[in-house]
Structure formats: C-alpha cells, structure tokens
Design a protein around this ligand. Structure first.
Ligand SMILES: [Zn+2]
Length: 126
C-alpha cells in the first residue's frame, strides 16, 4: 500500500492537519483541536512542549540582531529609540511565527512517530 505523504513544512505553514492537509489544526491561537474534522486524526498526543517557543526565539534572534546592529552603527540612536523600533518588531515576529512553528513541529513529530504495532499490516512486519 502506497501512502501519500504530505510535506510537514507545507502543512505546518498552513497550520492544517499533517495527515490529510485539509482539517484545521488549531481551535484557538495555540491550542490544538482534539481531532481533525476531515480525517479524524488525533491531535491530542503532541509532545513538542516548549520546542516551538525555543525555535521561534532562536529564529527571531538571528533575524533581528543584524538590522539592530546596523541601525546602531549607522544612525547611533538612543536606547529608547531602539527599544521603540525593535520591541514591536520582535513581539510581532515572535507571536506571528509561534503558530506555524508549533504546527510544523507537530507535523514532523507525526511523520516520524512510530506506528502502533497493531496498525501495521502483517506484510510490512519483518
Ligand atoms: Zn486530517
């Protein structure tokens, strides 16, 4: 049996079910639905924990540090100007990236999670 495998990156960015690619993954901002409304896949078994927040902090730090340094070197603004300019950018970027990062980590986890033994067809078991 050939199984169609969806890209975890694509389903993560779209925040949709990693199994069918159609059902909504979230019911709130960061809270998963219990099951997919299209294919009935369970979403309540995610183990990513604080992983998405860590990766978002890391990505934002890498993306924001160069323009902050260039701004400081070229324009030499005061600290409060830097805070007023970059604070909202950092906040918006962090909030904006958290949901797709969480969905992508869940999709990667779902793709690499071992199947329960009783769901594997006998011809696939060696
Ligand atoms: Zn689904």
């Amino acid at each position: 049996m050939t199984q169609h495998v969806l890209s975890p990156w694509r389903t993560g960015i779209k925040c949709v079910c990693p199994h069918c690619g159609r059902g909504k993954l979230f019911k709130g901002f960061l809270e998963f639905n219990l099951r997919c409304d299209q294919c009935d896949t369970r979403f309540d078994n995610s183990g990513s924990g604080d992983g998405p927040a860590f990766f978002v902090m890391f990505a934002i730090a890498i993306l924001i540090t160069p323009p902050v340094l260039v701004t400081q070197i070229v324009f030499d603004p005061s600290v409060w100007v830097q805070t007023l300019v970059w604070g909202p950018v950092i906040l918006a970027g962090s909030v904006g990236l958290l949901r797709p990062f969480k969905a992508t980590l869940f999709a990667l986890e779902a793709q690499h999670r071992p199947k329960p033994v009783d769901t594997i067809p006998k011809h696939e078991i060696l």
